[in-house]
Design a protein around this ligand. Structure first.
Ligand code: IDP
Ligand code: MG
Length: 141
């Protein structure tokens, strides 16, 4: 086991459906610490970078429309094996495969609008954290 950090993003449907507290509560109850958080709207360029592995797939236009449909909340989540274990808490990508008890298993009902994102490796976590938080204005206080 290793202390890790991962990037978790509450997607537009999560914010619209008022599931933010529920999802954050599950992350905290598992014992993880949220060490940074920001609400933001994503633009097309961001979504194309974040989901570059899916450009060309038939559902990409739908994914782009969804991810730019409203604000998201990005977080840095820290704890033991945070990358792998957060993916377990989140559940499978496909709604039919997401087990009850996982966030997607309990709340998602389409393959696209699946409530929450979690990085799939420590390397991608660092890339995704930098991508999401890079526009943050440094505090002068
Ligand atoms: P992940 O979010 O579980 O890591 P990825 O394969 O990285 O899954 O896909 C990113 C996002 O693209 C998914 O969370 C979902 O919103 C959307 N997506 C992935 N596969 C499909 C699909 O087959 N149909 C519709 N949307 C999909
Ligand atoms: Mg992924």
């Amino acid at each position: 086991m290793a202390l890790e950090r991962t990037f978790v993003m509450l997607k537009p449907d999560c914010v619209k459906r008022r599931l933010v507290g529920e999802v954050i509560s599950r992350i905290e109850k598992k014992g993880y610490k949220i060490t940074d958080i920001k609400m933001s709207e994503l633009d097309e360029a961001f979504v194309r970078e974040q989901y570059s592995h899916l450009i060309g797939r038939s559902f990409f236009p739908e994914l782009l429309k969804y991810m730019t449909s409203g604000p998201v909340i990005g977080m840095v989540v820290e704890g033991e094996s945070a990358v792998r274990i957060m993916r377990k808490l989140i559940g499978a990508t496909r709604v039919a495969d997401a087990e009850p008890g996982t966030i997607r298993g309990d709340f998602a009902f389409t393959d696209t609008e699946n409530v929450v994102h979690g990085s799939d490796s420590p390397e991608n976590a660092e890339l995704e954290i930098n991508r999401f938080f890079r526009y943050k204005v440094p505090s002068k206080v």
